[in-house]
Design a protein around this ligand. Sequence first.
Ligand SMILES: Nc1ncnc2c1ncn2[C@@H]1O[C@H](COP(=O)(O)OP(=O)(O)OP(=O)(O)O)[C@@H](O)[C@H]1O
Ligand SMILES: C[C@H](N)[C@@H](CCCCCC(=O)O)NC(=O)O
Ligand SMILES: [Mg+2]
Length: 251
Amino acid sequence: MGKGLFITGTDTEVGKTWVTSVLAAAAARRISLHNAGQGTVLSNPLHLWKPIQSGSQPGDPRADSFRLLRGSGIEQTEEETVTYSLKAPLAPWMAARRAGTLIPWEELLAEGERKLASYPRLLVEGAGGLLVPLTERYTVADLAAAMGLPLLIVARTRLGTVNHTLLTIEAARQRGLRIAGVLLNGYPGDDDLALSETIEMIEQFGSVPVLGVFPQLEEEPVSMEEWEAWRDQWIEIVESRIRMDEIMSFF
Ligand SMILES: Nc1ncnc2c1ncn2[C@@H]1O[C@H](COP(=O)(O)OP(=O)(O)OP(=O)(O)O)[C@@H](O)[C@H]1O
Ligand SMILES: C[C@H](N)[C@@H](CCCCCC(=O)O)NC(=O)O
Ligand SMILES: [Mg+2]
């Protein structure tokens, strides 16, 4: 069985797609360097999966399936990246219901199992936060639990995030989920004291490590060349500010 991490967030729009793609880019680079040192070349060192996306279709530059691949530089198709795409920008259960369908839960789990068995490393991005309903019975947390993957929780840096993060941690623990750690995203660089206090509160009350802080940067690029430069810039940030060894010990 391959190893993997399930990336969730304290909310929708916290930066899960952004964080997942730059972690994948940095991890792929590390793996390629390691393999080259050993004289082996692996074309796909890791695989990305967005089980369900709502509000966009493959091919749309705003779709998570598109941005995950552009941001990471990982070579896989968008069709391999996302399993179900739903038109309405809503919780997947409701987006599916509005489309007159239901996400087939057993098939979704089977696809997750297949991916875990097929790839040495898998990064999975949820939709919205941990308790977002995917079907009339199951949430994002149930998918992470069924796949047996530890959680990486992406949170904001602004006021309010301590509460959101601790609630997410508590809900995860209640469901028996393991937590690899928390990543804070979008720090505007304006108050280092408040940032370190936020980290201290999350670590002390949540008993989880905060594995790094991503700064707030300019908006995402458009052209291929811009995406490449964007990636390089983020790989440097990951290598200098994120505890990548600890993150990679999980996948
Ligand atoms: N560090 C950052 N600096 C600047 N903008 C960012 C940063 N991280 C994310 N963004 C922007 O914030 C928006 C939301 O990010 P993203 O799409 O990654 O959120 P998400 O948690 O994946 O949301 P969803 O629940 O829809 O999957 C995007 O427009 C993204 O470009
Ligand atoms: C539409 C969003 N972008 C997201 C789903 C977010 C659902 C949030 C529901 C809620 O917590 O109220 N979809 C997705 O990640 O594909
Ligand atoms: Mg996303």
